[in-house]
Design a protein. Sequence first.
Length: 202
Amino acid sequence: MSKPPRIGILALQGDVREHHDALTKAGADVVLIRRPSELDQIDGIVIPGGESTTMSKLLVILDLLDPLRKALAAGLPAYGSCAGMIMLASDILDTRPDAQHLDALDITVRRNAFGRQVASFETDLELEGIAGGPVRAVFIRAPWVESTGEGVQVLGTVPDGPAAGRVVAVREGNVLATSFHPEVTGDLRVHEYFAAMVRSAR
Ligand code: GLN
């Protein structure tokens, strides 16, 4: 068998441990990323869920913003869940004016888009490219994708309820993002999908 893909997790804030468990079970060699030099050692990176404005501040303080932007621009495969999707986006609505982002995915996201009543909810949804039936999607003060650029493939939408049809999973080249948190469900299929993306990009 070929060597497992080395996948970093941006470990400044958020649900790092859950992604660590899921990626390890999905067969990746997982490393935590807190310094610019650590970016050279990985085949792909996960930006976890958490709080995008806090992550933004920490990226600046730790001098990681520019190196990470450059690594992504050079083609480092990436997966962002929830706040991670916000960080990867090219445009963010309803954020702080000084919030920084990584500009690796040609989408406009709206932060905390589901509003107060449905701020956190769960549903089952089909994801393009993921076999075996719907995945359980856990949304926690999640963003949705307001619009997508030309090269962006929509992988999943909310099936029903007040937000029916909203785009919540996308891929553009080697960059994957979901509004929801597959890392908290024990279903490894999204992490396996990303690990396979990283393998084939390597
Ligand atoms: N609302 C958070 C933000 O704006 C995202 C929430 C999450 O990652 N669960 O960053």
